[in-house]
Design a protein around this ligand. Sequence first.
Ligand code: PEP
Ligand code: MN
Length: 353
Amino acid sequence: MQKINDIRRPIIISGPCSAESPEQVLDTAKRLKAINKVNILRAGIWKPRTRPNSFEGVGAIGLDWLIEAGKEVDLPVITEVANAQHVEVALKAGFQKLWIGARTSVNPFTVQEIADALKGTGVEMLVKNPINPDLNLWIGAIERFQNAGLESVNAIHRGFSSFKSERYRNEPMWEIPIGLRTEFPNIKLICDPSHICGRRDILEEVSQKAIDLAFDGLMIESHISPDEAWSDAKQQITPEVLGELLNNLIVRDLETDDQSFFDSLETLRGKINEIDEDLVNLIAKRMGIAEEIGAFKKTQNITILQPERWEEIKNLQFAAADKANLSKKFIIKYLEAIHQESIRHQTSVMNKK
Ligand code: PEP
Ligand code: MN
């Protein structure tokens, strides 16, 4: 059976959010096989749901449907486990690849229980990020499987719960999977645009972004009639639409041995380093002035934060940023960070005895 580490980039995993019937699983498998781009067939058997009385998966009966469909179309299969008992029955059914979901990765006790159940099995494990943006929790879950002696432990990025996102179901926060890559340079990093987007119209854009960020593959949910899916209907696409999405994807190489490319890249990187240094020096200069203001306010005994001044700064910078083609979202983040640091400098001056 083909190992994840032997699959050529991009590794494509697809199949329905949930297995619903033997026919649905087999039909999806055949249509996915026909697009000729899918490497691994997925389906959820046990579905962790936010509220009771929603569809919680068909349960163990669905394991054989997936195994049989995999054999029929000659594709390896993968499903989600959420406790040791799931592992036991999935192994019995013949699964050699498993993943843990975001609601499982958050719980070290459960992760450990699953890792213990997998000791000595040689199962290939994919670890989804926890629902909250905690890189260490994700790293910890991966380490638990590595420590159980599993040789193939890789990661799936499915985004993070957030109160404020309008665009995404789960905010991608790309810096977190990039942080994971720094920690584990050899790990295969798969992006799951379906659970990040929660909708169909931006799946392609997020998939392209992941590939541009050197992700090794994609897990995208696919259903034979997406609107009628028993779970995650809004984000699923037909196998044929998936085929189009994958055809449109531009997969750039991770490396090259063209020396002139490296020379030009080094020159540009040098320029970036210089600008970064200038930026730090400028910010330091700005903090120096903030301290002078602090000293000045102290002599008059007035408060540090003056709301109308903060509004004025923001409005001035929004206008400038707009002209310079910098996003408002970025400018807000940047100004808030600068402002907080300024307040810290002013406070240290004002409270000096
Ligand atoms: C899934 O892959 O269908 C799933 C339940 O995902 P997550 O754990 O990312 O919510
Ligand atoms: Mn799903």
